[in-house]
Design a protein around this ligand. Structure first.
Ligand SMILES: NC(=O)c1ccc[n+]([C@@H]2O[C@H](COP(=O)([O-])OP(=O)(O)OC[C@H]3O[C@@H](n4cnc5c(N)ncnc54)[C@H](O)[C@@H]3O)[C@@H](O)[C@H]2O)c1
Length: 251
């Protein structure tokens, strides 16, 4: 139970997304959860839905690539709750382009939103976590941060960066009882996947046939791992990577 603790979950505006699923489980575990997203209206709606079910959830509009937005968020959480026990760096986009079409502009956008944002988020919460001498940071990487996939050059680079950056940060703060881990989802049925296969619906069957469990994952499959890493069930786990992919990368 994570009662009386505070968490921040980024990229939580999509009702079918991983951020919202994680926020819901953390809030049901009696945490106060700040959910943020670049889409301010949608994230407000998600907070209303969860609050209507008795959860303590607060919404904030935030671009995760904007350092001043991070500072404003941390000041607000500090003032309102006095602590930050968990940060889930979940916001992300998928620029899926083969090398011939991968422009410098789209490369920069991918790296900024998926990787630079994680550096910014960690930097923003660490002073409070150090003062508390406790905290858990969960960074969303991907199986694409571990294996090569055609069309994933920029996405893979961003997610591999998140994977190893998290280990380095974990080494810096382990002695202060702050844990940093990564979660590596396989193919999870969210808007990100729906957009990716929109123009090629036959891809759905091809993809699921290639997964040993013969299905895409559900957002809750990932949210359960996030809850575990935030909770006291994982107090000796840091600098580690957790693959949740229905066996996809075990082949
Ligand atoms: N769905 C999958 O199969 C899958 C697999 C591996 C990893 N992931 C990772 O999990 C995370 C969540 O993915 P999802 O499938 O729920 O995606 P999603 O597209 O459903 O949700 C991502 C959210 O991030 C928000 N966002 C985008 N740019 C932002 C910015 N600059 N600032 C703040 N918010 C921003 C979007 O508005 C959206 O609400 C991502 O980091 C993604 O790379 C997803």
């Amino acid at each position: 139970m994570t009662q009386n603790r505070t968490a921040i979950v980024t990229g939580a505006a999509s009702d079918a997304g991983l951020g919202y699923a994680a926020a819901r489980l953390l809030a049901q575990d009696v945490m106060t959860v700040y959910i943020t997203d670049i889409d301010g209206n949608a994230v407000m709606k998600r907070a209303e839905e969860l609050s209507a079910n008795g959860c303590k959830v607060v919404a904030a509009q935030q671009d995760v690539t904007d350092e001043s937005a991070w500072n404003a968020l941390i000041s607000r959480v500090k003032e309102e709750t006095g602590r930050i026990d968990a940060l889930v760096n979940n916001a992300g986009i998928a620029v899926l382009r083969m090398m011939d079409d991968l422009t410098e502009e789209s490369w920069d956008r991918q790296i900024d939103i998926n990787m630079k944002s994680v550096y910014m988020g960690c930097r923003a919460v660490l002073p409070m976590m150090k003062a508390q001498e406790s905290g858990s940071i969960v960074n969303l990487s991907s199986v694409a941060g571990m294996i090569g996939i055609p069309g994933c050059t920029a996405y893979s680079a961003s997610k591999a960066g998140v994977r190893v950056m998290s280990k380095s940060i974990a080494m810096e703060v382990a002695a202060q009882n702050i844990r940093v881990n990564t979660v590596h989802p396989g193919m999870i049925w969210t808007d990100m996947q729906k957009v990716a296969i929109k123009d090629n619906p036959e891809q759905y069957d091809i993809i699921t046939q290639g997964i040993p469990m013969k299905r895409m994952g559900k957002p809750d499959d990932i949210a359960q791992m996030v809850l575990f890493l935030v909770s006291d069930r994982s107090t000796y786990i840091t600098g580690s990577e957790f693959v949740v992919d229905g066996g996809m990368t075990a082949q």
